[in-house]
Design a protein around this ligand. Sequence first.
Ligand SMILES: [Fe+2]
Length: 220
Amino acid sequence: MTVSALSVSCLNVLRNKNLKNRNRMKDMMPKNGQFEMMQLPYAELPGVISANTQSFHHGKHLKAYVDNMNKMLPGSGLEDLPLAEVVKKSQGGLFNNAGQVLNHTMYFEQFGFANHELDGKMLELLERDFGSTEAFKKEFEQKGATLFGSGWVWLSMAADGKLVITQEANAGNPVTSGLKPLLTFDVWEHAYYLDYQNRRADYLAALWQAVDWQVVAARI
Ligand SMILES: [Fe+2]
């Protein structure tokens, strides 16, 4: 193996390890009944999401959800479960906060500065189930734009392997319907109002520029 081939190989090992870490959040376990807040892997997504929005969205909104969840977990009977199981088994305030921790963690982790081109398995699956990537993106944006009030639009895999797009109100996550969530766009106003004001459709259309499709594919 040449030195340059060895360097590429080492980089791929590091990258795959990083991807694995970034996709384990739904399996994240609490320590002494408390979950840690994920670290934001970037300060901004230039031209898509500003540092100001990221700072409020991660530092204020997600932090509040994590703090609230951690206050409600002790004595709930769910304090030793992975995050996705807490979401599946909880109700009321604990469900709202745990759901938002899972949703935001998956949202922030799926963006980055690489792998913006669809290829391989994800491309194959999207073309199989939606006809084309353009048709998939159009339906995804349309479902995000027409979700009334606050919530999330999701791409998930059903038990039969088919990809589906769903709308989830408030803190909803497709895991509660037996689906495997792969990709999500946050349509709560706090996700876009500082940068896009009321132009939710523009925000949704811009987000594709920042999706790291390898992170999404690793969630299958
Ligand atoms: Fe949000």
